[in-house]
Design a binder for this molecule. Sequence first.
Ligand code: ADP
Length: 429
Amino acid sequence: MSKKILYVEDNTANRVLVRQVLESVGYMVVEATDGLSGIKAAQEEQPDLILMDINIPGMDGYEVTTRLKSMPELSSIPIIAVTAKVMAGDRERALTAGCDGYIAKPIDVDQLPKQVAKFLGGLRETITAEQEKIYLREYNERLVDHLEQKVAELTEANDILTHTDTMKSRFINLAAHELRTPLTSLQGYLSLLTTPDSKIIAGADQNTLDIIGGITTSVDRLQGIIQDMLDITRIEAGTLQLRHAPLTLTSIFDKIKRDFERAAARRNQKFIVGDASHVPTMWADGERVTQILRNLISNAIKYTPDGGTVEINARMLSNTSLTSSTTSSSNPYHFVRITVSDSGIGIDPNQQDRIFESFYEVRDIELHSTSKTDFMGGGTGLGLPIARGVAEAHGGSLWIESEACDPETFPGSRFHLVLPLGEPPKASA
Ligand code: ADP
């Protein structure tokens, strides 16, 4: 079988030349254009010999060689440095970095096949221990220099990303505020149209009523999207205001039941709302807690097939399982855990952190339908980050449990929301 040569080289003309020369004498040639893809190609291809250009972008050829030689499964592959830099000491530098030989550029096309054959046959160049000591020190200094330069580049790239992220948040905030103004007028006109004593409604035929109904649904949807945009910028900026008040979970569960009963029935799903009467009165923002549960339930309905089950339950948690500054010693139960479970498609463990990132969608955005409850209907990708942000603003948490994503076997998902019961602020004496 013909021997396989990996050539790591960024210059196309050189790659074409070497490929032609080596293939013409029966070698198989694979190529990589930079250090990282060279390492990947070496792992995947397990070549018999590597020709390593030294001046390649990113990690240079010396560094790639050192890395390859540190990998037990690759360390025995001969690596031959190929470099145009004919400075004194180039050969020694290459051997110190771990290369087994050295070929100077420009490549001599008549000599190359013979040189490669010799290295494949076992030839290894060596340097004295004395020389290696000198070049090792120089190599280390260069590595530290390179590292410093890379850290500076990464810091700069990070600054640019942070700036871009700030600009993105500002843009979303601005767009949401700008969109709110025309939307408010639209809502005003719609309410004029639909007030009970509106003459237009009174004399309208069914077709007109359907059109007005359609506009109202779209305006509500737009209102929801704008509200989500404003919420996410507030959460990211840490400026979300909560309006704490006494809250009974039962009343929220009742509201959720009323809101989603019809949608679940339309999808032929069993919608089970558990008993929450054992949960004491909480001190929290009722609207915001409802918002979290709405997001979780509408997702559960969306990602569960027709005929499946969506369930919400509440359970008290003792302080022993959690530590929080909001706990006091008189009552052992200071947290409630609300779990929304479904028998839907589930979520891949690799995606489970990412779904809480703003605008993250597991599926292709092009496949979007904007329904809140249709099977696999897409959304803005803000529901979960907002839900987690609101939970955390309450001093709580939100996480997911799911074995896998499988639209054939439906392993299901469980979202757990833990909230402190909270206490009203004590009146100062
Ligand atoms: P979206 O508006 O797209 O629903 P979310 O932030 O609410 O945005 O959810 C992000 C992604 O997490 C969804 O696009 C979906 O892929 C996945 N996801 C959320 N809830 C569930 C669930 N119950 N089952 C399966 N996947 C889910």
